[in-house]
Design a protein around this ligand. Structure first.
Ligand code: DAH
Length: 368
């Protein structure tokens, strides 16, 4: 008889109960000894795989006498069942242990102080525009807006600045190509006066904080894009005194009781027109009276120019279809950057456009 080929013809197996018990015990022991998933995989292959004694026994059953086959099959099935149960139980143990180890390794201490990333700060100009708006909102005024790319007619003509008016050239306008578009980058927030009068029912009480553009140099006191806040009130019976009272209130809130004055000036869209000045926040006017104490901030004037204002020119009301016989109003406009300089002592306008977070942080606490 030729030697059995282990691949094709498994060696004769013993299906004696004792022999199977022995195989089963060896398998269960190996399974219990498996310390890792890889050990367990190896134990499965060695004790329940096709080439394992129990696996080979399965193949040998076919060669038994039918009379022996049933008993052998039952015993072998029971033995394999025991080994399979042991494998499943050990697998569950190992995966539970692995999960516990992972949870322990990945444990998060929620009581540790949070490692926060750097946080930004509102830009001081944005914060100040909101504060300025709030002063007026508290008096029942509305916040108005207008486009930064503006019709020439709104920016100039409707404000009584005619085609050859010197104010048109003086404001260093940036025109939007093509020339036929008749569009400009608005040189001031005053066109929002016109837009508001054309779109809102009377009476009108609005402020408009916003960005404006001029073909200016970029230096410590000029930037080509800056901000203004415009104010406009049109109602029955408004006069210059209402303007002065309103601006005094604004100055009192913004500058803690600093004195203001208005002095005659000229703007095409107001008549009479005035300039509003603030008492110098450095010398408080002392330099004007005492030549031995010159002040660089106000050039020893004692006062610093804050903005323009006046009684709305009846021509502007008429251009917006409003009867100047019945309605009157006042308007004002001031630079937000200037206001920040006076209020927070920011000396160089370039700091306001460079976006350095340290500048914003330093002023955020003061401006808010
Ligand atoms: N628009 C003017 C400027 O940019 C400022 C101004 C002056 C606004 C008088 C006004 C005003 O509303 O009444 O220089």
């Amino acid at each position: 008889m030729p030697a059995p080929d282990s691949q094709l013809e498994p060696p004769a197996q013993s299906f004696e109960a004792a022999a199977l018990e022995h195989l089963t015990a060896a398998a269960v022991q190996a399974v219990a000894a498996a310390a890792t998933a890889a050990d367990l995989k190896a134990a499965r292959a060695a004790h329940l795989g096709e080439r394992s004694p129990l696996g080979l026994a399965g193949r040998a059953i076919g060669g038994l006498d039918p009379a022996e086959r049933k008993t052998a099959g039952l015993r072998l099935g029971a033995a394999r069942g025991l080994v399979a149960d042991a494998l499943a139980a050990r697998e569950a143990e190992l995966s539970a242990a692995e999960l516990a180890a992972r949870l322990a390794a990945e444990r998060v201490d929620v009581s540790l102080p949070a490692d926060l990333g750097p946080v930004g700060a509102p830009h001081p100009i944005t914060a100040l525009m909101e504060d300025l708006g709030d002063v007026f909102a508290a008096m029942g005024w509305e916040i108005a807006e207008g486009p930064e790319v503006e019709a020439e007619w709104m920016n100039f003509d409707a404000l009584n600045i005619g085609p050859h008016h010197p104010a048109r050239a003086a404001s260093d306008t940036l025109f939007v190509a093509p020339a036929e578009s008749r569009l400009v980058l608005r040189t001031h927030t005053s066109p929002v006066q016109v837009r508001s009068l054309l779109s809102r029912p009377l009476p009108v009480y609005i402020v408009c904080p916003g960005k404006v553009y001029r073909a200016d140099e970029f230096d410590a006191t000029h930037v080509p894009a800056f901000h203004q806040i415009e104010g406009l009130a049109v109602d029955e019976g408004l006069a210059l005194g209402h303007l002065k009272g309103t601006l005094d209130h604004l100055a009192a809130v913004m500058f803690d009781g600093v004195r203001t004055r208005i002095r005659p000036s000229y703007f095409p869209f107001t008549e009479p027109s005035a300039e509003i000045d603030l008492e110098c926040f450095v010398c408080h006017g002392a330099s004007a009276d005492d030549p031995s104490r010159p002040c660089r901030t106000c050039s020893s004037e004692g006062w610093i120019e804050w903005g323009g204002c006046g009684v709305v020119n009846p021509r502007v009301l008429a251009a917006c279809g409003i009867d100047p016989e019945r309605y009157s109003g006042f308007a004002f406009g001031m630079g937000v950057e200037r206001t920040l300089m006076f209020r927070n002592g920011a000396a160089d306008m370039r700091d306001m456009v460079e976006g350095d977070i340290r500048f914003s942080r330093a002023l955020a606490g003061v401006a808010r």
